[in-house]
Write a protein that binds this ligand. Structure first.
Ligand code: MLT
Length: 217
């Protein structure tokens, strides 16, 4: 199903399983759209429902989830507002599509990983878990959120030209200080998303206890 309702152009694909399953919130990279991560979502969790919005900020013709002033320099007021707007979208979608908001797992790549990390820091109640591929530190929260035991997978490239090793480690530390259960997966390579880290994330996710919530049709 593709829709521009609920404030975001998006796709929602219900769980194929008759069993309770989580809902993956798929958050694309700069220049991607609501279709970019659907295959990735099905690979990561074949039984999950998929909710995939398109970022509403345009950089040229490239959709993003929030404005940036330069590479790696974010418009923080826009980021905060867009994070809350995304959270409201997820809550509204849970009513429209009948999935339990307690079972939402964010899966983001690059710009999408950054808004997912922002959601963890600003709206800690929103996500049951998160898979962040090549995130930066999106912002420093004013107060430390409570993310006790929240599983977070960070996929990072040792030679990523956009994300320095120290920045990845700072994000992991920020989330750990908030109580999150962080798995930092390094691989040799850059910013590109490669099959090896998808396999690692898939294995990681399959071992996590995500509240299993039915997506009812
Ligand atoms: C991107 O191109 O998406 C950046 O590396 C990350 C961002 O701007 O959020």
């Amino acid at each position: 199903m593709s829709s521009s309702d609920l404030g975001f152009i998006h796709r929602f694909i219900p769980s194929r399983s008759g069993q309770p399953a989580p809902t993956l919130l798929l958050l694309h990279s700069t220049g991607g759209d609501e279709n970019q991560l659907l295959q990735l979502g099905s690979t990561l969790a074949p039984d999950a429902a998929l909710l995939s919005p398109r970022g509403k900020v345009l950089e040229g013709s490239m959709p993003r989830f929030f404005r940036r002033l330069a590479e790696g320099v974010f418009d923080l007021e826009d980021l905060k507002a867009r994070t809350h707007e995304l959270a409201s979208f997820v809550e509204a979608a849970s009513t429209t599509y009948h999935f339990d908001p307690a079972g939402v797992v964010a899966v983001g790549y690059s710009n999408g990983a950054n808004i997912a990390a922002s959601a963890l820091l600003l709206r800690p109640e929103l996500l049951a878990a998160a898979v962040l591929f090549h995130p930066m530190v999106p912002l420093e929260p004013e107060s430390t959120p409570t993310l006790t035991g929240r599983p977070v997978f960070i996929g990072a490239g040792q030679f990523d030209p956009m994300v320095a090793r120290a920045e990845t480690e700072r994000l992991a530390a920020l989330l750990e200080d908030a109580g999150a259960d962080v798995t930092l997966h390094w691989r040799p390579g850059g910013h590109m998303l490669i099959p090896e880290e998808i396999t690692a994330a898939q294995a990681w996710l399959s071992q996590r206890q995500i509240p299993a919530t039915a997506s009812r049709r």
